[in-house]
Design a binder for this molecule. Structure first.
Ligand code: PRP
Ligand code: URA
Length: 207
């Protein structure tokens, strides 16, 4: 188990635009995807490469390619805002979707949709959601994936609250968590502070 804050200057610089309440939908979407791409670099660092043979202009040599058994699983809706940035780097990955929203009163996750690749149990899954707040949605999605037989899950988010991290680690110690920033905590409404507000609404312009 590992909890990794991806403390790269480019990521921290771009995160500032997402935090800024005056950032509009276009810049917010573009920047979220850019950060997701940059974080993918770190979150895939333990992937076992496949050895291949390639002909250079000079000779035949050993070389390496990414395994083809990767799946990206965004948690709907806000996870969709990271998907393009990741597929730009891992174009062969299959994409599954888990639809969970957080009840505004109880803060409990509510399931509404799922569609996964048929061979999901054999895939390395990069589960993505920009916000890890109470941890309820992430735990629900990880439970769900494990019920489908998935054994290798990495969770990637943008901003995480310590309370949520603690809960995910307690329930799923085998899942590594990558966050661009671990924030201070949760407010009385379960929002991450300082955070960046309601991420889904800011991506899709629904507020
Ligand atoms: C947000 C966010 C996570 C969840 C985090 O989704 O994208 O899925 O809340 O909160 P938690 O850790 O307390 O579960 P939301 O329910 O707002 O749905 P949306 O993505 O459709 O906007
Ligand atoms: N979901 C969000 O979009 N933002 C938060 O701060 C917490 C949950």
């Amino acid at each position: 188990m590992a909890v990794i804050e991806v403390n790269h200057p480019l990521i921290q610089h771009k995160l500032t635009f997402l935090r800024d309440k005056n950032t509009g939908t276009k810049l917010f979407r573009e920047t979220l995807n850019e950060i997701a791409g940059l974080m993918t670099y770190e979150a895939t660092k333990n992937v076992q490469l496949q050895e291949v043979t390639v002909e250079t202009p000079l000779m035949t040599t050993k070389a390496y390619t990414m395994p083809e058994d990767v799946a990206i699983v965004p948690i709907l809706r806000a996870g969709l805002g990271m998907t393009e940035g990741i597929t730009a780097l891992i174009p062969t990955a299959k994409i599954g979707h888990v639809g969970v929203y957080r009840d505004e009163e109880t803060l409990e996750p509510v399931y509404y949709y799922c569609k996964l690749p048929n061979d999901i149990a054999e895939r390395k899954v990069l589960l993505v959601d920009p916000m890890l707040a109470t941890g309820g949605s992430a735990i629900y999605a990880i439970d769900y994936l494990k019920e489908q037989g998935v054994k290798d899950i990495v969770f990637m988010c943008l901003v995480a609250a310590p309370e949520g991290i603690e809960k995910v680690v307690a329930k799923h110690p085998d899942v590594d968590i990558y966050a661009a920033k671990i924030d201070e905590g949760l407010d009385e409404n379960g929002y991450i502070y300082p955070g960046l507000g309601d991420c889904g609404d800011r991506i899709f312009g629904t507020k």
